[in-house]
Design a protein around this ligand. Structure first.
Ligand code: NAD
Length: 495
């Protein structure tokens, strides 16, 4: 039985996860790591081991780069229409298998099935969008200002790409890179997070079925991401690093890439402010806050991390948010009724607990939650804190969990100043009944993405990315995402 057939079987009977851990995916082949070592994949809902995946060595990484290099010429010269059709097929297969993929994501990441379904739809959309982009790559033609020659600009695939992704969106963070890279004509090596590798391998089998040739996408998992990534970046054939993850690891990788002057796209951490003005529609602001805070149980880079509420609406908002948060059904991700799944690891729960204790030590009040429930799994109860002071650690660090910290503000300029008081600049949210004010505040808040009367910003058709220490470059959007995987070649022509 091959992986694809086993995938189909899994759709009916979740539980056989061996199919997804058959090996490293290199050159269209499934193989064990050079040493035979494996990494355990843990179910965050129970703490039990679900499966194991190979633990790649430097030799495996070299084999993956070699495979991507061998496939490069064939893929870059494949007609854009053909590349487009293969990407479109990836989209269709993801939609056909969406229930299987959502179940798998939910098992290894812990997120509620409804969040996992949303992720699969979002992840698949990057293939549809980039299938459309693949046949729209154009160049430029002009005359030089001196009139001496023509300027021709040709956009070419940048070369072999190393893609490194986090565990919080195991499907979407991978397809947001793979789809534009393939559309641009690049070959890739994906290094997914070792907490959630099964989704990456399930998708690799799907790409193969869709017609992606051997070596165009390679997937390796490792417990030594630093040395393995550094070794790949040291290969002169590698020309691109696209990373999504924490700002700390991003800084390390930027330094590593600098040694070889490799082009970098960095999607890093966030600390999103969520600003509610007195004139906002209360119910809409609460709906938006629940999405911005609780999608993925708060484990999102775009998650509302600091909620600033103007005095006149503050108490009603705090009461409404506490009621909604306390009513959430907490449970294993795969259970149909679950609205808030577990955190990814025990360490993540400990960090949230530390941040909540620090905030209450500094005067914050717990309106609901604030505890680690007894029992197995890595859970934290949905929590609302009021009067969180600006010096609380959670105002500076990503909480990455189901904790909503509220602070009161009086004036528009105060809200803007507090929103910008962070090294991060990924997403921000503004709720107001006055669109003029909304746009004015949006123009002054330092963030790459703003939700104006909206709690969700992610959209493959829009440029996703941050300013300040939240990153470099954009993913998705009209030409933005694909441009990250191309180089402009200028030809001066005299005729
Ligand atoms: P992380 O930085 O710990 O890990 C991300 C990836 O980098 C993983 O694959 C990991 O194995 C790898 N890695 C870790 N150390 C490395 C090293 N020294 N060299 C090379 N690779 C290394 O992040 P995480 O905990 O997996 O994910 C959560 C973080 O990701 C949060 O900060 C979140 O905000 C961020 N994130 C950002 C976006 C975005 O689009 N801006 C999206 C999702 C998540």
């Amino acid at each position: 039985m091959n992986v694809i057939q086993q995938n189909a079987q899994f759709a009916n009977e979740p539980g056989d996860l061996g199919a997804f851990s058959k090996g490293l995916y290199i050159d269209g082949d499934w193989r064990p790591s050079a040493t035979g070592a494996v990494i355990a994949v843990v179910d965050p809902s129970t703490g039990a081991t679900l499966a194991s995946v190979p633990d790649a060595t430097l030799d495996d990484a070299a084999a993956a780069v070699e495979a991507a290099a061998r496939a490069a010429e064939g893929w870059r010269t494949t007609a854009p229409r053909k590349r487009s059709e293969i990407l479109r097929r990836c989209f269709e297969l993801m939609i056909e298998r969406s229930e299987m993929l959502a179940t798998l994501i939910s098992l290894e990441n812990g997120k509620a099935l409804r969040d996992a379904r949303g992720e699969v739809a979002y992840a698949a959309e990057f293939f549809r969008w980039n299938a459309e982009e693949a046949v729209r790559i154009s160049g430029e033609f002009g005359i030089s200002p001196a009139g001496t020659n023509r300027i021709v600009v040709d956009y070419q695939p940048i070369g072999i790409c190393v893609l490194v992704t986090p565990w919080n969106f195991p499907a979407a963070m991978a397809t947001r890179k793979i789809a534009p890279a393939l559309a641009a004509g690049c070959t890739v090596i994906l290094k997914p997070a070792s907490e959630t590798p099964l989704t990456a391998y399930a998708l690799a089998a799907l790409y193969e079925e869709a017609g992606v040739p051997p070596g165009v996408v390679n997937v390796i998992t490792t417990s030594s991401p630093g040395p393995v990534t550094a070794a790949m970046l040291a290969d002169p054939r590698v020309r691109k690093l696209s990373f999504t993850g924490s700002t700390g690891v991003g800084r390390t990788l930027l330094a590593e890439a600098a040694k070889h002057v490799i082009s970098c796209s960095m999607e890093l951490g966030g600390n999103a402010p969520f600003i509610v003005f007195d004139d906002a529609d209360l119910e809409e602001a609460l709906d938006g806050a629940m999405i911005a805070k609780m999608r993925n149980a708060g484990e999102a880079c775009t998650a509302a991390n600091r909620i600033y509420v103007q005095s006149g609406i503050h108490d009603a908002f705090a009461e409404g948010l506490s009621r909604r948060m306390a009513a959430l059904k907490v449970g294993a991700g795969r259970e149909a009724a679950t609205e808030c799944g577990p955190m990814i690891t025990r360490k993540a729960v400990d960090k949230i607990d530390r941040l909540v204790k620090d905030a209450t030590d500094r005067g914050a009040r717990i309106l609901c939650g604030g505890t680690v429930p007894d029992g197995a799994g890595f859970f934290y109860l949905p929590t609302v804190l009021a009067d969180v002071p600006p010096d609380a650690e959670m105002a500076r660090e990503e909480i990455f969990g189901p904790v909503a910290p509220l602070s009161r503000f009086e004036t528009e300029s105060e809200a803007i100043a507090r929103a910008n008081d962070t090294e991060y600049g990924l997403a921000a949210y503004i709720y107001t009944g006055d669109v003029g004010r909304g746009l004015r505040v949006a123009s002054r808040v330092e963030a790459g993405m703003i939700g104006l009367n909206r709690g969700l910003v992610s959209d493959p058709a829009a440029p996703f990315g941050g300013v300040k220490q939240s990153g470099l470059g954009r993913e998705g959007g009209q030409h933005h995402g694909i441009a990250e995987f191309m180089e402009a070649k200028y030809i001066a022509v005299d005729f």
